[in-house]
Design a protein around this ligand. Structure first.
Ligand code: SF4
Length: 313
């Protein structure tokens, strides 16, 4: 079981993504509090800590924290927008502090689409430089993509572009948009995805990655939208493997221990054979009531195969 702790280290950013799920409150974690939290992860046998939101590279203490984790045998990774790592010297500092892994958030293979979504000119170009720098410095790179209205028709082109230009990248993660915490501006509300539109491009993207020996995950994704790749749903994996997540927020939520990975289910889900291993639809009533579900007929043998494959993958 691979338990992962998420740690918000600051709540400000040098991008302004329309759908950002953690709006700024300018809070920063204190050094003392940070040590307490890391020691708690270690005590609870967590294997990874992820430094995240808004943008961990804006914390000057980041290299120091990464070194501390390394000394305590806790693997560390960051989720980053790739603005700071456009500087080779900065990336080298992270590598020298023994950063294992960075997840860069790439929204599209098209610079225009990415820059529009981040609301930050030249952010795509900087991100490409960051990926290049991280790979040069020997830091493992993975890609996170938020699925939204503006990239839903070319998720496949984006992964093909990244695999072609950055062959060492082996793992990709799609996060279905989290409308709950994002700013409710008019532009932000236009980013909600059309599930039936992203379905074929996501399927092509998954097929392409599978054929090219890459691995991938999809978060907040009902299983009827990724048939054949159920084992790649992050929630299904946690349900099957009985995992938990500990998340420290720099806002009113403070600390959440996630052990329940089911979202909302529709009445049709009762007829679906995947019901017990599917998380359903996140925030269906509030934001995604236009999304339809497609109950699946699946044999017991196939479900057993899915569970077996998930456990060994
Ligand atoms: S019909 Fe419901 S339970 Fe079945 S895969 Fe779709 S969302 Fe999941």
């Amino acid at each position: 079981m691979a338990n992962i702790g998420y740690l918000q280290v600051n709540r400000h950013c040098n991008n302004a993504c329309h759908f950002c799920s953690n709006p700024s409150n300018w809070n920063n974690i204190t050094y003392g509090r940070w040590i307490e939290l890391i020691d708690e992860f270690i005590k609870n046998n967590y294997s990874w800590v992820i430094f995240t939101w808004w943008e961990p590279t804006l914390s000057s203490d980041l290299p120091k924290w990464i070194s501390y984790c390394k000394q305590k045998w806790l693997w560390s990774r960051i989720i980053s927008n790739g603005m700071m790592c456009a500087s080779y010297d900065y990336t080298k500092r992270l590598a020298d502090s023994w950063l294992e892994l960075v997840h860069f958030s790439v929204y599209s293979c098209h610079a225009k689409v990415h820059d529009f979504l981040t609301d930050t000119p030249w952010s795509w170009l900087k991100l490409m430089k960051s990926i290049t720098n991280a790979l040069k410095c020997g830091i493992r790179v993975q890609i996170n993509t938020v699925i939204n209205h503006y990239n839903e028709d070319h998720l496949d082109k984006t992964v093909k572009f990244l695999v072609k230009h950055f062959p060492p990248i082996r793992h990709f993660v799609w996060n279905n948009l989290d409308a709950e915490m994002m700013r409710k501006t008019d532009v932000a509300m236009t980013t909600l995805p059309d599930f039936n539109k992203f379905k074929p491009s996501l399927k092509n993207a998954m097929d392409f990655l599978e054929w090219n020996w890459r691995t991938f995950r999809a978060e907040k994704m009902p299983l009827c939208y990724i048939r054949g790749y159920e084992r790649c749903s992050t929630e299904t994996r946690k349900i099957i493997k009985n995992e938990e997540r500990l998340i420290y927020f720099l806002d009113f939520r403070e600390q959440i221990r996630e052990v329940d990975f089911y979202h909302e289910k529709l009445s049709e889900c009762q007829q679906c054979d995947l019901n017990t291993i599917c998380s359903g639809i996140y925030e269906w009533k509030k934001y995604f009531s236009y999304v339809k579900v497609y109950p699946q007929k699946v044999s017991k043998e196939e479900i057993e195969k899915i569970i077996k494959r998930t456990n060994i993958d």
